[in-house]
Design a protein around this ligand. Structure first.
Ligand code: GLN
Length: 225
């Protein structure tokens, strides 16, 4: 049995990103992969998991989530190679510092060389990013502007919306995928969901026809019209 873990949906669930856990679990089970989905609440220990999912949240809860994660086994588990999909507040928390509640700088988990400062205005609306020939679609709603350092790769190039800075969205390491896209992003982008599954299980997956694929292609068609 492989464990997928949604971290603190009470704090990082404002934008519906808990749906990422449901989408990735469902697509795994439809491939016959044996997966359990657990949610970590405020007073729970972080369990050993193959995949951790971090969602978006408001400034105060984001800060609390960072404090809880710093004291947990999460950082060492990720350093040991556990896979992470992080969205928006989650993306910011994994970095060196982020700004919350005005311009106050707050320490992140330091897993990636990423700094998030405050933008002049919030980025709200549709977000589309080109990721190696595929389009990643979703929506964004954040005040942060994110800068990547130390040669860290972005997840993709922004086609619509702002993402990190108007040019790039998210970042990518060996075992971390991060984006500003809510949706939930794994439900809206079946190819992306399968990329994560293939990485976690180290297998090549057969395509899987689903309503999500039809909706994804329709979204891409509208975006490129
Ligand atoms: N609080 C963060 C910001 O506004 C993250 C928001 C989010 O997760 N959507 O930048």
């Amino acid at each position: 049995m492989t464990t997928f873990c949604v971290l603190y949906p009470d704090l990082l669930g404002t934008y519906g990103d808990g749906g990422n856990g449901l989408a990735v679990t469902q697509r795994a089970r439809r491939r016959g992969l044996d997966v359990e989905l657990v949610s970590v609440g405020l007073n729970d220990e972080v369990p050993d998991a193959a995949l951790y999912l971090l969602g978006g949240g408001e400034d105060g809860p984001q800060r609390l989530a960072a404090d809880l994660l710093r004291k947990s086994s999460f950082v060492s588990r990720v350093r040991d190679g556990a896979t992470v999909v992080a969205v928006c507040a989650g993306l910011q928390i994994l970095g060196s510092t982020f700004c919350v509640e005005g311009d106050d700088e707050y320490e992140g988990l330091g897993l990636v060389d990423v700094v998030t400062s405050r933008g002049e205005r919030r980025s709200v609306g549709e977000l589309a990013t080109r990721v190696e020939g595929q389009l990643l679609v979703g929506f964004e709603n954040h005040g942060g502007r994110t800068t990547l350092h130390g040669g860290l790769d972005a997840l993709g190039i922004v086609v619509k919306g702002r993402g990190n800075d108007g040019k790039l969205d998210g970042y990518r390491t060996k075992n971390i995928w991060a984006t500003y896209a809510h949706g939930p992003v794994l439900a809206m982008n079946p190819w992306f969901c399968d990329e994560i599954l293939a990485a976690v299980f180290e297998v090549e997956l057969e395509p899987l026809a689903s309503v999500a694929d039809l909706l994804y292609h329709e979204r891409c068609r509208v975006l490129s019209a």
